[in-house]
Design a protein around this ligand. Structure first.
Ligand SMILES: [Zn+2]
Ligand SMILES: [Zn+2]
Length: 294
């Protein structure tokens, strides 16, 4: 089986165990047990709950029945440790995800922003759909300024520029982590894709895909590379500072695949002060950084 990002076995490979995990929660007593463990959860700062405390917390007297349901949850949502019971990482992750994406009063309609596009002074339009925040300019060419999955909760107290900066910052740091070969969501291995058309596009792009979960992004080559200290230092020499969307000091970015064996991709970032040339391999490990001053 090959999915849309070309993985041989996607998350669907574990369908039976995923199905079992979700179906376990379709029972009041089991749900009460999981929530009793999660509601005051603060990671290692939380003491495990003893068998009897947990039984009290869910208001049960029938030990046989309680034990039957606790046993079903064991390993999937509940872990037995020396002093009692704690939620598993999977239970905590699910709980956090529900909190982060729960419905709120946040406006999710497409709307025009009050501030102008930092590139061209045009009109900025934001949209939130299918958990993706998108920022577009009505006057810049084709390329969306920003689109990334963002928890609805994060939009609640932010407006206008604060919103897109929050989304950009989240996307940037995730991408910076992914450059080290680690998925920001599941810690699985990340594969990089260098499609010559994308690399030579405006702006030059690299694809990043997690081999385990469904995380995938196409980002400018600059976004992950700027987390490498010597690249950041070289950019700063030419007055280029993140966030990238508002880096109006960037005049031009061009990319090129310099060689296939060994694989080398080059990125030129030009400001009025000069050009930074970064050469990286197929793992986005930086091979060289050169600064040419105008
Ligand atoms: Zn614009
Ligand atoms: Zn992943």
């Amino acid at each position: 089986m090959t999915d849309w990002v070309g993985r041989e076995e996607g998350p669907g490979g574990d369908r039976a165990s995923v199905r079992e995990a979700f179906s376990l929660l379709a029972h009041d007593i089991r749900l009460d047990i999981v929530l009793a463990l999660l509601e005051n959860w603060a990671a290692v700062c939380t003491e495990p709950q003893s068998y009897s405390d947990l039984m009290d917390a869910v208001g049960m007297r029938d030990s046989g029945k309680f034990n039957y349901h606790l046993d079903k949850l064991r390993g999937v949502y509940v872990e037995q440790v020396e002093d009692g019971y704690v939620p598993t990482a999977s239970a905590v992750a699910l709980y956090r995800t529900v909190l982060a994406h729960r419905p709120t009063e946040t406006t999710t309609e497409a709307g025009e922003l009050d501030e102008p596009c930092p590139h061209c002074g045009g009109t900025l339009v934001e949209q939130y759909e299918r958990s993706f925040f998108t920022l577009d300019c009505t006057d810049c060419d084709s390329w969306e300024l920003l689109t990334y999955v963002f928890p609805r909760n994060g939009l609640r107290d932010r407006t206008g520029r604060e919103r897109y900066r929050a989304v950009e910052s989240r996307a940037d740091y995730h991408t910076g982590l992914a450059r080290t070969g680690q998925c920001p969501f599941c810690a699985g291995p990340v594969t990089f894709h260098f499609d010559p058309e994308d690399v030579e596009g405006t702006p030059p792009l690299v694809g990043m895909t997690c081999d385990i979960c469904t995380w995938h992004v196409d980002v400018t080559l600059l976004t992950p590379l700027r987390f490498v200290p010597r690249v950041a230092a070289a950019l700063l020499d030419l007055g280029i500072e993140p966030p990238v969307i508002e880096a109006d000091t960037i005049v031009e970015m061009t990319g090129e695949i310099r060689s296939e064996e060994p694989f080398r991709v080059a990125l030129d970032v030009t400001s009025e002060a000069g050009t930074v040339t970064v050469v990286a391999d197929d793992d986005l490990v930086v091979q060289s950084v050169e600064v040419t001053v105008e």
